[in-house]
Ligand binder design. Structure first.
Ligand SMILES: *Cc1c(COP(=O)(O)O)cnc(C)c1O
Length: 431
C-alpha cells in the first residue's frame, strides 16, 4: 500500500524543513470548526488558526458553499481582458470596510505577492512624479513581510532570511519599536529621511503588531510619526495588515487604533477565512491616479491566477461573515480570557514575558523546550501549537469559545513548564 507519511518524509518539502532530517508531520484527513481531524481519528484544536488565517473556523459551511457554487459556474478565467462578479463584489465589499479613501483594489495570489505589489506601487508612484531615483523602501527592524525576494528584503535584516542577504535588494531600516525610547527612535527616523529621502519611495510596516519575526506589540505613536514623515517627503505609506487586520488585534484594522490611514494597505490570511489563498493590495485614489497619469500609465503587475473566481467567492463569503456578527466584542472576550489566564505564567522560570492583544497570546521564553517535549504536549492535550524562535503563542480562530481557550491555555502552560531545550534548536524557526 502507498505509505503517505513515508513518501512525504522522503520527497516533499514542508515549510522551513529539511529533507535530510525532516521534523514530524501529522496526517490531517479533515477539518471542521476549531478542530483538525487526523487519519487516526484524533482531533486537535487548531490554536494557531493554521497560520492565522482560519478566522471563522475550518470548513465554514457558508464559505465552502460559496466555493462550491462558484465552481459549478466558472473556476477560472484570465483577469486580463475579463472581469466577473466574484471579483467585483469582493472589491466592493473590501473597499467598503477599508479606511476612507482606500478603494482601488489589486488582487494578488498570496500575502507575499500583495507586499511585492505594494512596493511596486510605491516605486511607480515616485516614477510617475518624475523621481525615478526613489526606488527604496524604509522598513522597521523586527518586521516580517513574506518569503518572496522583495518581501524578504523588507523583513528583519537580521532575521530568518539572513542567508539570502547577498541576493536581496537593500532597503533602509529603523529600529524595532520598543528598543529605543520613542524620541530616540523618532530622531533615527528623521535622520534616515534627511540622509536618504531622495532614494526612499515609501515606508512599510506591520501596524501595531510585528508578527512572524518578533511577536512585538507597539504603540500607535510610531504609526503617527510614520504618517507625518511620509507626508513631509511625499513617500507612500504602506501598512501590511495581512496578520494584524480583520480583527486579529481587536479592531477591524490594527491601524484604526492609532487613527492613521495609510496610502496602501495589504490584506491576506483571514481574507478568505483560511479556505483558499488570496490577498489584496488596496491603494488610495491619490496613489492610483498618480500611477495612472505616469508613463507607463499601466500598473505593471499581473499574475496568472489574478482574482481567481473561487478565491474571490470565498473572500465574499468570509467578509459577509465578518459583517454578520460582532467580531470586535468577541475578540475582546478572547483577549480578556487570554490575559487573565496567561499572565500568571510569568511566574514560570523559563518565561521571560507575557504579551496579549486581541486574539493573540504570547509567552516569550528564555528558550523553547526541545522538540520531543513539544510533540508530547500537543499529543497529551490534543491542542495544535506551533512554537517558533523563543515564542509559545496562540492565535486561535476568532470564534474560539472559552472552553477551547481553556484547553489551549492549559497546553501552553504545560509546555512553558518544560525544561528549556538545546541552544539553537534545529528545524522550525518560522512563524
Ligand atoms: C504571513 C504574512 C505575509 C506573507 O503572506 P503569505 O500569504 O504567506 O505570502 C506578509 N506579511 C505579513 C505581515 C504576514 O504575517
Amino acid at each position: 500500500m502507498f505509505d503517505i507519511l513515508e513518501y512525504d518524509r522522503r520527497n516533499i518539502w514542508h515549510p522551513y524543513a529539511s529533507l535530510k532530517n525532516p521534523p514530524p508531520v501529522r496526517f490531517a484527513s479533515s477539518a471542521s470548526g476549531l478542530e483538525i481531524t487526523l487519519a487516526d481519528g484524533r482531533r486537535l484544536i487548531d490554536a494557531v488558526s493554521s497560520w492565522w488565517c482560519v478566522a471563522h473556523g475550518h470548513n465554514h459551511p457558508a464559505i465552502t458553499e460559496a466555493i462550491r457554487a462558484q465552481a459549478s459556474r466558472m473556476c477560472h478565467v484570465m483577469f486580463g481582458g475579463f472581469t466577473h462578479s466574484p471579483a467585483a463584489e469582493l472589491a466592493q465589499k473590501l473597499a467598503a470596510i477599508c479606511p476612507a479613501g482606500l478603494d482601488k483594489v489589486f488582487f494578488a495570489d498570496s500575502g507575499s505577492i500583495a507586499v511585492e505589489v505594494a512596493v511596486k506601487m510605491a516605486t511607480q508612484y515616485q516614477h510617475a512624479k518624475g523621481r525615478a531615483k526613489r526606488t527604496k523602501m524604509l522598513s522597521l527592524k523586527g518586521g516580517y513581510h513574506g518569503d518572496t525576494a522583495c518581501a524578504m528584503a523588507l523583513s528583519d535584516p537580521d532575521g530568518m532570511h539572513v542567508l539570502f542577504a547577498g541576493m536581496m535588494p537593500r532597503h533602509f531600516f529603523v529600529s524595532k519599536p520598543g528598543v529605543l525610547p520613542f524620541d530616540a527612535w523618532l530622531a533615527e527616523l528623521d535622520r534616515m529621511f534627511a540622509e536618504h529621502g531622495d532614494e526612499i519611495a515609501g515606508v512599510i510596516c506591520e501596524p501595531m503588531f510585528q508578527a512572524a519575526n518578533a511577536m512585538n506589540f507597539y504603540d500607535g505613536e510610531y504609526l503617527r510619526a510614520l504618517r507625518k514623515v511620509c507626508d513631509e517627503h511625499d513617500a507612500v505609506l504602506v501598512f501590511d495588515e495581512i496578520a494584524s487586520g480583520l480583527y486579529r488585534t481587536g479592531t477591524r484594522w490594527a491601524a484604526q487604533q492609532a487613527n492613521v490611514v495609510p496610502d496602501v494597505m495589504t490584506v491576506g490570511k483571514a481574507l478568505t477565512g483560511g479556505h483558499i489563498t488570496l490577498a489584496a493590495t488596496v491603494a488610495s485614489s491619490r496613489v492610483a491616479e498618480t500611477i495612472s497619469c505616469g508613463s507607463p500609465s499601466a500598473f505593471m503587475h499581473g499574475p496568472t491566477y489574478m482574482a481567481n473566481p473561487l478565491a474571490c467567492a470565498a473572500g465574499c463569503a468570509s467578509l459577509d461573515l465578518f459583517a454578520s456578527s460582532d467580531y470586535a466584542s468577541n475578540v475582546a472576550r478572547i483577549e480578556r480570557y487570554l490575559r487573565a489566564s496567561l499572565e500568571p505564567l510569568r511566574a514560570l522560570e523559563n518565561v521571560t514575558d507575557v504579551r496579549v492583544k486581541g486574539a493573540v497570546g504570547v509567552l516569550e521564553m528564555r528558550r523553547l523546550p526541545d522538540c520531543a517535549d513539544i510533540e508530547r504536549v500537543i499529543d497529551r492535550h490534543n491542542v495544535w501549537l506551533r512554537p517558533f524562535a523563543n515564542y509559545i503563542y496562540t492565535m486561535p480562530p476568532l470564534v474560539t469559545d472559552d472552553a477551547a481557550l481553556g484547553r489551549i491555555v492549559e497546553a501552553m502552560a504545560d509546555l512553558a513548564a518544560c525544561p528549556p531545550g538545546p541552544e539553537a534548536a534545529d528545524g522550525d524557526f518560522h512563524e
